[in-house]
Design a protein around this ligand. Structure first.
Ligand SMILES: *Cc1c(COP(=O)(O)O)cnc(C)c1O
Length: 401
């Protein structure tokens, strides 16, 4: 991808530095928080914008026994990249999906309803090999998953018949929370007891799952009762707290993995009363300097953060002046005169005084998940601390492979 090209053309317009040592440390921290469970690193949507294959490899190195994706296509990419010694599960299927490829790639596939069970058993018959199937229960999220009651009884019954016929193996029973990021929300206890009932029913009928699981990042961090056999951590793997109300990343011993920065494309003096960017929503309050940041909404910088997003330039927080455009935005540097090419840091772990993805989420009225996930393909990912061998890292040479 863009990585190699970008490394040949330093300095970069903009870069998303991905600290794989931070990612590995996060995985170890999360495993220690859920010591009785295996860990699934959720790497859907290109690892929340961080780069799926690189992050998946780092997570496996740090002890993730499972990888999780939304779509089967995302999961197949991981196998094709040589991630062989790890279980991979994908859960977002539509009719006509690549069931046969999934069976041949040894993926665990989620089944929420009868149409999917019919398609996967048919594909297994054609492949001549059993599919690993995880039955998904809707314990109250009201999104995917099989409804409790008659629907669950029918799905479990048919799945057990397919298992007896050697067409599938029921490897998991699982569900997903609606409000795990709001500790004490009554739906949490309700979902947990519904999950226990639905698992107990399936096991009483004869299901022998390897893993039962319901915990996402917020549940992994705050709800030990929800850990069961496996925890599925997405956002926390990338060092971001699921919600500022739960705590900061540091409160959980997590470190943000992505640092997004750019090189100023221009610094110039302007008089007071000068309109800035489309619509002139910012007027310079007096004579000042403006810095041009070469990133825009095409790169995933939210236009809703116009007039609000924070940027660290020369040790000071500056604010987006006026509208964020497709490819660029402006900051008022208040008379400072950094050179063109000076670094502007939009967000990172915060340990150099820079804003965080959470700060951008607040500026844009969204969640930090959306900030990192939407960073576009035009921004090269630059991987640092890729090797577990400490020697080159500590010389500051930042191995990039
Ligand atoms: C995205 C996702 C996760 C991970 O959620 P986080 O809140 O990022 O930890 C877990 N399970 C399922 C089914 C998901 O879709």
């Amino acid at each position: 991808m863009t990585e190699t090209a970008a490394l040949r053309t330093a300095p970069l317009r903009a870069r998303a530095e991905i600290d794989l040592a931070a990612l590995r440390a996060n995985v170890r921290t999360l495993r220690a928080l859920a010591p009785g469970a295996a860990l699934m690193a959720v790497v859907k949507s290109d690892a929340y914008g961080h780069g799926a294959v690189r992050c998946a490899r780092a997570a496996v190195q740090a002890g993730a026994a499972w990888l999780g994706t939304a779509t089967p296509e995302e999961a197949l990419v991981l196998r094709a990249a040589g991630l062989d010694d790890v279980r991979i599960m994908c859960w977002l299927w539509t009719p006509g999906g690549p069931w046969r490829e999934a069976i041949e790639a040894d993926l665990d596939v989620s089944v929420s309803g009868m149409w999917a069970l019919r398609e996967v058993t048919e594909a297994a018959r054609q492949a001549g090999a059993p599919a690993r199937v995880q039955l998904k229960a809707d314990t109250g999220l009201g999104r995917g998953g099989c409804q409790p009651g008659d629907d669950w009884a029918e799905l479990v019954g048919e799945a057990l018949r397919a298992e007896a016929d050697g067409l599938i193996r029921i490897t998991g029973l699982w569900s997903h929370f609606a409000c795990a990021d709001e500790p004490g929300h009554p739906s949490i206890a309700a979902q947990l007891s519904r999950f226990r009932e639905m698992v107990a029913y399936a096991e009483a009928q004869g299901a022998r799952p390897e893993v039962r699981h319901i915990a996402n990042s917020p549940a992994t961090l705050t709800l030990p009762d929800s850990h069961f056999d496996l925890v599925r951590t997405g956002i926390a793997t990338y060092g971001i707290s699921p919600s500022p109300e739960l705590g900061s990343p540091a409160d959980f011993g997590l470190k943000p993995v992505m640092t997004l920065s750019a090189s100023l494309a221009l610094v110039k003096h302007v008089p007071g009363g000068h309109g800035v960017s489309y619509g002139h929503h910012y007027l310079t309050p007096g004579e000042t300097t403006l810095g041009l940041v070469p990133l825009g909404y095409a790169d995933g910088i939210p236009r809703h953060a116009s007039g609000a997003g924070p940027v660290l330039v020369g040790g000071k927080w500056r604010t987006v002046a006026g509208r964020i455009a497709m490819d660029q935005f402006v900051v008022d540097l208040g008379g400072d005169e950094p050179e063109a090419g000076a670094e502007a840091v939009l967000f990172g772990p915060g340990d150099r005084g820079e804003p965080t993805a959470e700060d951008w989420a607040q500026a844009a009225g969204t969640i930090a998940y959306e900030i990192v996930t939407r960073i576009g393909t035009r921004v090269p990912r630059v991987y640092v601390n890729a090797t577990t061998d400490a020697t080159p890292d500590e010389t500051g040479m930042r191995p990039r492979t």
